[in-house]
Design a protein around this ligand. Structure first.
Ligand code: GDP
Ligand code: MG
Length: 441
């Protein structure tokens, strides 16, 4: 195979900062880096920090900083890697990068190309490489923790026993096919074991729904009649007076959004226009938006003022469909009570707001949020679903139809799992995975 080109990228964000890092990877990394770091010793000691001057390639000094050389394969990408750590000026870094690129043997890295090379060179499996992108994009503490766990290989480790069992069962099914004389009655035990593996795979898949909420953040909409106290509650949950509050009904028209973290998990809260029949043209437009927001949310809090009737609650619940709802009785300071599965709060006095936060968190993310393995990526969830479906068909087939079908389904299940860690993947899929990255990663 032809050796991969040597690539360069600015690894730090394009903003002012204490330090800015340019990274080169490939067999010519060291030689090409000398264009801007001419005083670097030859050869440098790997993994040693050299303090040196950075130039513009034509001899003028631009900055000084550290150079680190990682000799392949003991580097992030598995190739020779050089890191130039200058001061964090985007203009300076661009200048240095252009100076480096004057040598035609070097080219700009594509998004995610460093990590892609790490995967291709066997430095990490695909699910870990994806965790790097997740970590960089994480918007909340829980997302960081979940990506961190995946980066350490938690997902691959959880999948490994399932995959092994699937491969073993498949081998056995194929064996029975090849030697039918010994197959007498053996399918019966096989079916039970397939069901066992299926349960394990299902349990993993069950974390996927919550996992994806964790990554993108859950959307929670407040819905209810005008003057129920939605905007007041919105402000109380957000912790600042974001939404206008007034005793005049119809104050809120546009949908207001605020991001908050509930004990480390991300939530986007939506305040909406109150529902009432005679609000005029603008309010009607606002109410249409309210319903759109509610229907596309992960959870709707039905904010019910004291005295709201069961029939009204049922009507709002229908309006929010298919989104699940929780009834929140508002203005608790004026009295009132909540039934089971309901909450009673006062946005004004703060009563019940903490309990509501806890309820939201548990309702959306379960008890042990970032603990245990979370399947956070849609790609992983889809593959795991494929695996579960194939196993379910295999389990069923082992009762009613032939061993060929069982073996075929087990093969499909195993392939789906293999694609999570990247054992069985095509170039196109890799393109899709690594396009999510930024340049320099
Ligand atoms: N006593 C009491 N009044 C409240 C409470 N929440 C809101 N209000 C009052 O109810 C009116 C409507 O509040 P607002 O938050 O704008 O309701 P929205 O129309 O549902 O957004 C305002 O006069 C608020 O001061 C509460 O928890 N207790
Ligand atoms: Mg309002």
């Amino acid at each position: 195979v032809e050796a991969a080109a040597t690539i360069v990228g600015i690894a730090t964000a394009p903003a002012e900062g204490g330090v800015g890092v340019i990274r080169l990877s490939g067999s010519l990394a060291l030689e090409l880096a000398r264009a801007v770091a001419p005083e670097l010793p030859d050869p440098p000691q790997p993994r040693h920090a050299y303090f040196t001057r950075f130039t513009d390639g034509a001899g003028a000094v631009l900055d000084e900083g550290l150079v680190l050389y990682f000799q392949g394969p003991r580097s992030y990408t598995g190739e020779d890697v050089v890191e130039l750590q200058a001061h964090g000026s985007p203009v300076l870094l661009k200048l240095m990068q252009s100076a480096l690129l004057r040598d035609g043997r070097l080219r700009m890295a594509e998004p995610g190309e460093f990590t892609r090379r790490a995967f291709v060179n066997g430095r990490m499996d695909l699910s870990r490489a994806e965790a790097v992108a997740d970590l960089v994009a994480a918007q909340s503490e829980a997302a960081v923790r979940a990506a961190g766990a995946q980066l350490r290989g938690a997902l691959s480790a959880a999948l490994a026993p399932v995959r092994e069992a699937v491969l073993e069962l498949r081998a056995e099914a194929e064996g029975l096919l090849s030697f039918p004389d010994e197959a007498e009655g053996a399918e019966i035990g096989l079916g039970e074991r397939v069901s066992g593996v299926l349960r394990g795979a299902r349990a993993l898949l069950e974390t996927a729904g919550r996992g994806s909420l964790l990554r993108r953040g859950a959307r929670v909409a407040l819905l209810g009649p005008a003057n129920a106290g939605k905007s007041t509650l919105f402000n109380a949950l957000v912790g600042e007076a974001r939404a206008l509050v007034d005793e005049e009904p119809g104050t809120t028209r546009d949908v207001l959004e605020a991001r908050l973290e509930l004990e480390g998990v991300p939530v986007t809260l939506l305040d909406t226009a109150g529902l009432r029949p005679d609000g005029g043209r603008l309010e009607a437009l606002g109410q249409a938006r309210a319903l759109d927001a509610a229907r596309s949310a992960d959870l709707v809090l039905l904010v019910a003022p004291p005295g709201a009737e069961a029939a009204e609650l049922a009507r709002w619940r229908t309006l929010a469909e298919p989104t699940p709802t929780v009834v929140v009785w508002s203005k608790a300071d004026l009295g009132g009570r909540a039934g089971s599965e309901e909450v009673s709060v006062s946005g004004k006095s703060g009563e019940g707001v903490d309990a509501l936060r806890r309820m939201l968190r548990t309702r959306l993310f379960g008890e042990g949020v970032a603990q245990g393995v979370q399947v956070t990526s849609e790609r992983h969830a889809a593959l795991l679903r494929e695996c579960v479906e194939a196993l379910a068909r295999a389990a069923q087939a082992s009762e009613v139809s032939t061993l060929e079908v069982v073996a075929g389904e087990l093969a499909l299940a195993g392939e789906a799992l293999g694609r999570v860690t990247g054992e069985d993947v095509q170039g196109e899929l890799l393109d899709a995975v690594f396009q999510r990255f930024c340049i320099g990663k």
